[in-house]
Write a protein that binds this ligand. Structure first.
Ligand code: HEM
Length: 102
């Protein structure tokens, strides 16, 4: 790479690196190397808000599970569309159905 080149880090693709993660597209919460994911970046500029973000996700998930039942993806997983950006891997939409938990 030439001297003083600008680099664009694709954090979004880092978590799909098959050299690091076996079957990267498989949702596996028991991966031995989960801690190697780079969703929050890495090194000195690692996300400063990651603890808050994780807490928000935990609270949101807990509240959703408390209120909703039979949560089901309404389209084939391959048909999920992503926002065309290099910065993050964000779904354009996530059509799901659910019932209210009694
Ligand atoms: C799911 C939620 C979040 C994700 C995926 C995320 C992701 C990231 C990533 C990948 C970086 C590194 C960027 C780089 O190296 O150039 C970063 C940095 C940063 N994030 Fe987050 N973030 C999240 C939530 C938050 C929240 C809630 C806050 C603040 C309340 C926050 C504040 C920051 C700041 C200030 C930096 C810059 C740190 C630095 O440059 O030293 N983030 N974030």
């Amino acid at each position: 790479m030439p001297d003083r080149s600008l680099m664009l880090l694709l954090f979004a693709s880092g978590n799909y690196d098959e050299n690091e993660f076996a079957c990267p597209y498989t949702f596996d919460m028991n991966r031995g190397n989960l801690g190697k994911q780079v969703a929050f970046g890495a090194g000195p500029h690692r996300c400063i808000g990651l603890t808050l973000a994780r807490m928000e996700i935990k609270v949101a998930a807990r509240e959703l599970i408390k209120r909703l039942d039979n949560i089901k993806l309404e389209i084939a997983i391959e048909d999920i569309e992503f926002v065309p950006t290099v910065a993050t891997r964000s779904m354009a939409s996530l059509p799901v159905s659910f019932t209210r938990r009694q």
